[in-house]
Design a protein around this ligand. Structure first.
Ligand code: ZN
Length: 265
């Protein structure tokens, strides 16, 4: 019996050791890839998203957000496909859709010929990652953070073995981008858990004032759609708050679901 126990212990240790190697780490713990070096800093589950951002600048910019959220990240993190599926058709989704419909009714009555258009109620993590990887404002922020990183840590500063997790963590927390990207880092937008909705204005079946930063001044402000939408929100959307001001998005409202009522009510 005792031999058998020792054998099992030895196998267990071997399995643990091999699992460590399969993770890509050297036996001495030094990371062999950039993802592995950065994953040490990214709080779960953001480490898995980071791997899907190939560009090093975009990766650093996302990691900066993840590091700043720290362990609070899990409660804000976007829903999985299963969670999104479970939301479809649920009473919670029906309550959200009913409130959007009420806002639209008010808006249509107040602004004849125009109506509200809402594109989906949940933005999946995959969709967010795809956007992060190609969005222009993220690209500009990525160039800036990469240049600053290189200035601080040298041209070979992104060599996996050269990354000092503690120093990088402090550096990321201290870095301030000169302007904010139009997107939240993947996983962090409230659109990822139906806690934010973009209300676009539609006319004759086409988007008239869209969720588009280039239209903020020329259409939303110039024609007062920000105020008109806000008026309908105040009148018919009690669970919505907003709009978002940083970045300036007059179409974006946060949604706080009404507290769940129990069966006796
Ligand atoms: Zn939004």
């Amino acid at each position: 019996m005792r031999h058998a126990f020792r054998l099992i212990s030895a196998i267990a240790l071997l399995v643990l050791f091999c699992a460590g190697l399969a993770g890509g780490a050297h036996a001495d713990g030094a990371p062999t890839t950039l993802d592995e070096a950065l994953a040490k800093l990214a709080p779960v589950p953001s480490d898995a998203a980071l791997v899907q951002i190939p560009d090093p600048g975009r990766k650093l910019l996302a990691l900066r957000s993840y590091v700043r959220y720290g362990s609070r990240i899990a409660e804000r993190w976007s829903w999985t496909d299963e969670q999104i599926k479970a939301f479809q058709g649920s009473p919670e989704q029906q309550a959200l859709l009913a409130e959007i419909a009420a806002v639209n009714e008010h808006f249509k009555a107040a602004n004849p010929g125009y109506e509200i258009y809402v594109h989906g109620t949940v933005r999946s993590l995959d969709e967010q990652i795809a956007k992060w990887n190609k969005n222009e404002s993220v690209g500009a922020g990525a160039e800036e953070i990469l240049a600053a990183y290189t200035a601080s840590f040298g041209e070979d500063g992104l060599q996996p073995a050269r990354i000092d997790a503690r120093k990088l963590d402090a550096w990321l927390r201290g870095f301030r981008p000169s302007s904010r990207a139009n997107l939240a880092a993947p996983g962090l937008t409230l659109h990822g858990r139906a806690h934010a909705i973009d209300f676009q204005v539609m006319k004759d079946g086409r988007i008239y004032a869209g969720a588009n930063s280039k239209q903020v001044k020329s259409i939303w402000r110039a024609e007062g759609w920000d105020q008109k939408l806000k008026a309908s929100m105040d009148a018919a959307g009690p669970s919505f708050s907003g709009p978002m001001t940083n970045p300036d998005e007059p179409w974006h409202y946060d949604y706080r679901p009404p507290a769940a009522t129990n069966a006796s009510n």
